[in-house]
Design a binder for this molecule. Structure first.
Ligand SMILES: [Zn+2]
Length: 179
């Protein structure tokens, strides 16, 4: 299940259940990337909209290809299992880092580039980062390639290079850099 780290921190009623994962915020990186709580309602709304799209679009229309791609990653979990299962994946805010998103373990953080790009950019970043929680890498490229299998190929960072000549590039106004 995806949980959002936000202030004021809402009481987590599931903390007593065995196997549940408490919120432990990862340490910030030297480049400023941080895992902090969302405080701005506008940001929270974009994140909620992206999670809604994940359920209403990605895990409906594209569920089988998306889940199959995730299941061959080292972590072997389907995206459906990550989103709907009992393990907690925390989504944090990164107001200070250079990238659209970053991941430490099962903690995903969303940067200004993603949030400014709107719900689709956040959705693309979420899929990429959740692939990292499943062992996908940027070296192999399977974290970003997950977008191609989840109905989000227009948001793949190499989408511009693949566009046939003469076709306008479907690029977002804010360039996304996902780590
Ligand atoms: Zn990455």
């Amino acid at each position: 299940m995806l949980r959002i780290n936000m202030v004021p921190q809402t009481r987590d009623t599931s903390l007593n259940s065995l196997g549940e994962r408490r919120l432990v915020t990862p340490a910030s990186l030297a480049d400023g990337t941080s895992w902090t709580a969302f405080a701005d309602e506008k940001h929270l709304q974009v994140v909620r909209d992206a999670i809604d799209l994940l359920a209403s679009r990605v895990l409906t229309k594209h569920q089988s290809s998306c889940d199959a791609f995730f299941k061959q990653m080292p972590g072997r979990r389907s995206l459906s299992d990550i989103v709907n299962g009992s393990r907690k994946y925390w989504i944090h805010h990164d107001p200070t880092g250079p990238d659209a998103g970053a991941t430490a373990g099962m903690d995903v953080t969303l940067g200004t580039k993603a949030l400014r790009g709107g719900k689709w950019a956040v959705l693309a970043t979420l899929i990429h980062e959740l692939a990292h929680t499943n062992g996908a890498t940027d070296e192999k490229g399977d974290a970003e390639d997950a977008l191609n299998h989840c109905g989000m190929s227009d948001h793949h960072l190499n989408a511009n290079n693949r566009k046939p000549a003469g076709k306008p590039a479907a690029r977002k106004s804010v360039a996304q850099t996902r780590r």
